[in-house]
Design a protein around this ligand. Structure first.
Ligand code: GDP
Ligand code: IMO
Ligand code: MG
Length: 429
């Protein structure tokens, strides 16, 4: 089995896009299987920077991209993204991009509801991207969602809109937000239909054929294990399962096809939205990590919260996410720090924990316990081989491996595609 699934092992923005782009040279197909355009993946290739949200990162390498059934697709955002990357010289056509006919659509009412709810939550807001992800997944599970295939059936669309609006307009009204008019939505969707339908197909057929032909499939996760709706810091999570097991259900392949699971973690920790963050640094070092790591949300533009590497959390992500190897990114951001800390446990209401418990109050009360390591004075920036790393940086990586109970199989040392140290090729596992 030569397939690979890439998932985030922290709270997102670990550098999945860079790693997927780098690995895509070894793959035939790149598949997105969950999330939506809440994701923001930045790829730096020479003097070009690509910012992808919904498009699989393999498209930059000219590889076939597939948007699986587990993804929630905002058709207008998708077309805008295609126009944007086309202007940068990429080719996105039905030959290079296929979308699952059974993927759920995000409609304008979903983002309206997402924003209205966040506003109503006030201080207790989740800090969502406001892109309608949660409400779209809710409709999917409630069996009233409009799917890509419905665009081909005007009567189905019309009937489903009646049901959707009965639900959503009631809610929106209750929240004091503007309501939606059926005819407007229907004509908008009918206008989108001829633009979206050429990309639609039963992608499971194509993936099954690829699998049987021995093609290499790369599954591209979005968000991360600590944002997983089951395993993350609930309720401060996204609305999909982000663990590697979702790669199967979210694309229409069996679990045995997922292959090697590569988790991506930064050499420190960041988080965009609200919620617990035991190793957060509200001091000059946190500021420095944010400045050096250029920690601004690709989607939200918000400054990311920064802190020390949390080995307890990543170990947990390794276990529940099914991670077999870790790609450690942004090691260069730690260059020159005299002292580094790694979280090895939590103290919660007087008791010691080696995992993050599920209860919201306990998570909020978690105080990180650290071990301290010496930093390094040399530079790791741009290193492409183990031999280019200062001895102390190697020690730091080795200690992380021990604590998270997974081997580091890849190290990234700058945003640039080729500034990567390959320890073990995940496609050869
Ligand atoms: P993703 O959501 O996991 O794909 O990550 P994002 O693209 O949202 O955020 C990661 C950011 O870090 C991007 O701006 C990348 O260009 C950048 N990046 C990735 N790897 C490295 C690295 O090894 N070093 C540095 N300095 N930046 C990196
Ligand atoms: P990538 O793929 C970081 C966070 C939001 C918020 C929570 C819920 O780039 O790593 P949502 O809009 O999904 O309902 O928001 O999840 N979030 C992300 N944080 N990276 C992402 O994606 C994220 N996608 C969602 O900030 O806290
Ligand atoms: Mg991102």
């Amino acid at each position: 089995m030569a397939n690979v699934a890439v998932i985030g092992a922290q709270w997102g923005d670990e550098g999945k896009g860079k790693v997927v782009d780098w690995l895509a040279s070894r793959a035939d197909i790149v598949v997105r299987f969950q999330g939506g355009h809440n994701a923001g993946h930045t790829l730096v290739v020479g003097d070009q920077t690509y910012k992808l949200s919904l498009l699989p990162s393999g498209l930059v390498r000219g590889k076939l991209g597939i948007i699986g059934n587990g993804v929630v697709v905002d058709p207008e955002a998708l077309l805008a993204e295609i126009a944007r990357v086309t202007a940068q010289g990429l080719t996105v056509t039905p030959e290079t991009l296929r979308i699952a006919e059974n993927a759920v659509l995000i409609l304008p009412l979903h983002s309206a509801l997402d924003r209205a709810r966040e506003e109503a939550r006030g201080e207790r807001k989740i800090g969502t991207t406001g892109r309608g992800i949660g409400p779209a997944y809710e409709d999917k599970v409630a069996r009233r969602a409009i799917r890509v295939c419905d665009l081909a059936e005007p009567q189905t669309l019309s009937d489903k809109l009646d049901e959707l609006l009965l639900h959503h307009n009631t809610l929106l009204q209750g929240l004091g937000a503007a309501i939606f008019v059926k005819e407007d939505l229907l004509s908008r969707l009918l206008a989108l239909a001829p633009l979206i339908l050429p990309f639609a197909e039963p992608v499971w057929e194509r993936l099954d054929a690829a699998r049987r032909a021995g093609k290499r499939i790369l599954f591209e996760g979005a968000q991360a294990v600590m944002l997983d709706v089951d395993h993350g810091t609930y309720p401060f999570v996204t609305s999909s399962n982000t663990v590697a097991a979702t790669a199967a259900a979210g694309s229409g392949l069996g679990p045995a096809s997922v292959g090697t699971v590569l988790g991506i973690a930064k050499a420190y920790t960041t988080r965009v939205g609200s919620g617990p963050f035991p190793t957060e640094l509200n001091d000059a070092i946190g500021q420095l990590l944010g400045d050096r790591g250029y920690e601004f949300g690709t989607v939200t533009g918000r400054r990311r919260r920064c802190g020390w590497f949390d080995a307890v959390m990543v170990r947990q992500a390794v276990k529940v996410g099914g991670i077999q190897g870790l790609a450690l990114t942004k090691l260069d951001v730690l260059d020159g720090l005299t002292e580094l800390k790694i979280c090895t446990g939590y103290r919660i209401n007087g008791a010691h924990f080696r995992h993050l418990p599920a209860a919201q109050g306990a998570q909020a009360a978690a105080i990180a316990e650290y071990e301290t390591m010496e930093g390094w004075s040399g530079s790791t920036r741009g290193a492409r081989s183990w031999a280019d790393l200062p001895a102390q940086a190697i020690k730091y990586v080795r200690r992380i491996e021990e604590l998270v109970e997974a081997p580091v199989t890849l190290v990234s040392t700058s945003p640039e595609r080729d500034d990567t140290i390959l320890v073990k090729d995940p496609f050869e596992s």
